[in-house]
Design a binder for this molecule. Structure first.
Ligand SMILES: Nc1nc2c(ncn2[C@@H]2O[C@H](COP(=O)(O)OP(=O)(O)OP(=O)(O)O)[C@@H](O)[C@H]2O)c(=O)[nH]1
Ligand SMILES: [Mg+2]
Length: 668
């Protein structure tokens, strides 16, 4: 705030779980004098991971914002979570920033989640700098780390710095482009002789690539002429801005090595914000709950200026929205500002209609800042309150949690009557349960959801039902003969009235149907609803005084219950049509695993959105999907993913059906 637009940088800090993002941002805040001691995620005292759930688990669960000044520039950092369970906030962070700082742990190299995030950054066409972190760790294989970036992410990644590691001690780096070496403690040093060849090799490779971005430079390079430093640097910047060339910086955020050079790199090589519109527009990219202030929204101003305490407009909701005090953000600390302009990030409390992803603009505006669909959650658990009181408060509390977590879904399953919480993984749902307890005082229990089994019949029969009661005054009498027969899958329920000659008076025919429908709610095998059945009402009799609606309902119910036992009842289960996306190399194992889950492969084809991946279309019983996600993750090293939707009901194989029936009986 207060800086010229070309002196601002808005950067999302991304990377796989635990690669050191938060530690790096803490080091930057400390190095640039924003904090007086460096926060540590291990000690749970960072500016960025301020939520109690994060401190307890020592991982980032949601994005958070920090800012600092460097070389007269204002830098905003959006520290994002790395674990795939919390990817929604990483995506929101990418959308709110102009460029990305992607951390890679030098020990691990690129991981499945790095690939997932890099794909997203590519889609959005944002410039990106790599930071190879953790070089203080023992036995780092630099080539292996760089090759994993080149192989899994992009060929166009190039080291700008060559780390100097001596006897497992990371002491400095060579500035490859400028042929200079630095010791982090001593400052500039001679290039160590054992690094000269490697540095020269990297230089040639780098310059050859950079010169493809400028004809004049290319000519000079090919002629073997001396290259102008400025021209080289300018072209490097152009290449990075074009989002097709990715420089790699090195360091150790734990030891505080490399941060200053990285800051220089961000200022020099990453683009400033670009004002896209000629009126104020801001993206709300995060909603969270502050213990004191309540609902907080984080705004990334895309263009124009916003003033505190003024009326604006939510474009997505087509409603007015008043912004109270705008605040600058440093983790959880907020401080009031008068306004915010393009490229700034500000927080504002208690917006009425606004949700994550919405655009705030002037009244009547139709501008919508770019945002993306949140990933579809796909792991479901049934959620129960542990007491009656908890049960009552559960829905409202979950909806509060969902407000700050767009990748969570909550709904009631009308078949099983269970409340179903769906998220990105088991850990995501556990964290949600923990938030419910610690923030809203609601004890919730997660269980595997019930499967909406059904029952049907395979045979037909005729059945007679009679209900007769003689009490003191007038009695009850109903009597009917029905035929019960199976319908095709998906046929539902049919009722055919074939009564002739008034054997059952007209007004009681719907009563028989009603009685049968009620009986079908609870099947004879395991109590699941019955479907795909046709009833023909053939005949019956009545009593002029004693017959009633209720008596004919009873007669229908008795006829059905008696008859259905003789119709070879069977159990049906929901089958899902699933699409599984997997790397080519894992195809065999994934298909083997699907077979063991009673899956039937319908077809396979190359996955259009990602090279080296296949799509498997497969029918799988829903019961076998409940715990599929961890299995797929382990087979594919976290790279595989899947989507599914309900397809049809099919008969459960008898051995499995037997178990389900026994379980249902023992529950009763
Ligand atoms: N040796 C070493 N350890 C590091 C380095 N950077 C981070 N760590 C450690 O790695 C662990 C995870 O660090 P974080 O900064 O929380 O990682 P993160 O990327 O923010 O993790 P998530 O946000 O949960 O994805 C902590 O124990 C850090 O102390 C580093 O450069 N060297
Ligand atoms: Mg973190």
């Amino acid at each position: 705030m207060g800086a010229d637009i070309d002196k601002k940088r808005v950067v999302a800090v991304c990377g796989s779980g635990g690669c050191g993002k938060t530690t790096l941002v803490e080091d930057i805040l400390f190095t640039t004098g924003k904090t007086s001691r460096k926060g540590s995620t291990d000690k749970g005292n960072t500016v960025m991971d301020f939520d109690s759930e994060e401190m307890e688990r020592k991982i980032s669960l949601q994005l958070s914002v920090g800012h600092t000044q460097w070389n007269k520039h204002l830098l905003y950092f959006i520290d994002t979570p790395g674990y795939h369970n919390f990817i929604a906030d990483a995506l929101c962070g990418i959308m709110a920033s102009d460029s990305v700082l992607m951390l890679i742990d030098a020990k691990d190299g690129s991981k499945a989640q790095t690939e997932r995030l890099f794909d997203e950054v590519k889609k959005e066409n944002k410039p990106l700098i790599f930071f190879l972190n953790g070089l203080d760790k023992e036995d780092i294989d630099l080539d292996r780390a760089i090759n994993s970036i080149k192989k899994d992410l992009t060929e166009k990644a190039f080291l700008l710095q060559l780390p100097i590691v001596e006897d497992n001690n990371f002491v400095g780096y060579i500035d490859i482009l400028n042929h200079k070496a630095f010791d982090y403690e001593k400052g500039e040093i001679e290039i160590p002789s054992n690094f000269k060849d490697a540095a020269e090799e990297r230089y040639m490779e780098l310059v050859e690539e950079i010169s493809t971005y400028d004809d004049e430079l290319m000519e000079k390079y090919l002629e073997g002429e001396e290259l102008d430093k400025n021209q080289l640097n300018e072209t490097l910047k152009k290449a990075v801005w074009s989002a097709s060339f990715y420089p790699i910086f090195v360091g150790s955020s734990l030891k505080g090595l490399g941060s200053k050079e990285l800051l220089d790199g961000m200022v020099d090589l990453l683009p400033p914000p670009e004002e896209k519109y000629n009126e104020p527009a801001a993206l709300v990219f995060k909603t969270y709950n502050d213990p004191q202030l309540g609902k907080m929204s984080l705004l990334r101003v895309c263009s124009g200026e916003f003033k505190s305490d003024s009326n604006y407009f939510n474009v997505n909701k087509d409603q007015e929205e008043r912004l109270g005090s705008l605040q600058s953000v440093q983790g959880k600390s907020l401080s009031k500002v008068e306004g915010a302009s393009a490229g700034d990030i500000a927080a504002v409390a208690k917006l009425k209609v606004t949700q994550t992803g919405d655009t705030i603009a002037n009244k009547g505006s139709s501008i919508k800042c770019d945002f993306i669909e949140m990933p579809l959650p796909f792991i479901s658990y049934a959620v129960y309150g542990t007491s009656k009181g908890d049960e009552e408060k559960l829905g409202a509390a979950i909806n509060k949690v969902i407000e700050s977590d767009p990748s969570l879904k909550f709904e009631r399953n009308s078949e099983t009557k269970e409340f179903i919480l769906t998220g990105m993984g088991a850990m995501h749902l556990e964290v949600t349960a923990s938030k419910l307890k610690n923030k809203f005082g609601v004890q919730a229990m997660l269980k595997l959801p019930k499967i909406a089994y059904k029952e049907t019949i395979k045979g037909k029969t005729q059945s007679h039902g009679r209900y007769k009661k003689q009490t003191g005054g007038h009695g009850q009498f109903g009597d009917c003969i029905i035929e019960i027969e199976p319908l095709q899958r998906g046929g539902g329920f049919e009722f055919v009235d074939m009564v002739v000659g008034g054997a059952i008076p007209r007004q009681f025919i719907p009563s028989v149907e009603k009685g049968i429908k009620a009986a079908m709610e609870h099947g004879v095998l395991a109590g699941y609803p019955m479907i795909d059945i046709r009833i023909k009402l053939i005949d019956g009799s009545y009593h002029p005084v004693d017959s009633s609606d209720l008596a004919f309902q009873m007669a229908g119910s008795i006829a059905f219950k008696d008859g259905v036992e003789k119709c070879k009842p069977v159990l049906l289960e929901p089958i899902a049509e699933m699409e599984v996306y997997v790397p080519d190399d894992n195809m065999g194992d994934v298909i083997g695993d699907l077979n063991s889950r009673r899956g039937r492969v319908l077809g396979m084809e190359p996955y259009a959105d990602k090279k080296g991946y296949q799509t498997i279309k497969v029918l799988v019983p829903q019961a076998e999907i409940l715990e599929y996600a961890p299995s797929l993750r382990s087979i594919t090293g976290g790279k595989g993913f899947f989507t599914y939707h309900f397809s049809v009901y099919e008969e459960v194989p008898s051995q499995i059906a037997q178990k389900i029936i026994e379980e249902a009986k023992s529950e009763e």
